[in-house]
Design a protein around this ligand. Sequence first.
Ligand code: GUN
Length: 292
Amino acid sequence: MILLDGKKTSNDIKDEIAVEVAQLVASGSKKPHLAAILVGKDGASETYVNAKVKACLKVGFNSTLVRLDTNVTQEQLLVEVEKINFNSDIDGLIVQLPLPSHIDEMKVTQAILPTKDVDGFHPTNIGKMVLNLPTYLPATPAGILELLARYKVETSGKNCVVIGRSNIVGSPMSILMARNANPGNCTVTLTHSRTKNLIEITKTADILIVALGKAEFVTANMVKEGVTIIDVGITRVKSNKTKSGWKLLGDVDFKGVKNKCNFITPVPGGVGPMTIAMLLKNTLLSSKSNLY
Ligand code: GUN
């Protein structure tokens, strides 16, 4: 079993980005600049956004964090998005999801200029991804592709099963794994809450990508020998074995399945750090303006 080490790989990518940033700045260009909008006080979102800001600092980017109250109106939020759209110093803008229920997430996503949409969530960028045109790929799926590529996991002609059809991970992942690209060229099955006989399907997987948000959902009886497992889940559960009183669990019963796997991502330290690295990569790309 080989561990797909997202922590190490993301640090490698951040080092590569830092070198490029230093070269850009030395040649007189401005530093890449990422802006994030965080609405409310959701603990997980706070953690993710803080990690993104810290990563910007590490690679030499500028960052701007706009914090808005939970009760902010949709109109007020759209005004903030518009300000950043028109700020020529800012290369990339993310609005951390989820948003409070009184705000229409899709409306906000569509208000972000596609050229600054470094999350790759805007319909224009999703469309480009589907057509295999150069674009900002959504960061988590892009991070998974990068891990598969750097560890030389063969994907061509393999059966890939994706569990979960979210806009952020499952749906784009299924499209990317089926594309005529490397990594890609898989025969993909996208499964979800209405799927019948899930175990029969997961047992056919050469590559199993799990993104449904249910702790330790995938167990050893659901997978075949030699499978590659990508675990996107991250659920915080109480624990009396850790100092903090909490531990993080993936969507996969890691201990139970690991001996059947050729490759597997750990949680934490697998997909999570890759998401941030790919967000930085998209922001660097935007600052070089060579996509649009
Ligand atoms: N919420 C969970 N993942 C993400 C992400 O990749 N980007 C944003 N903006 N919000 C998220």
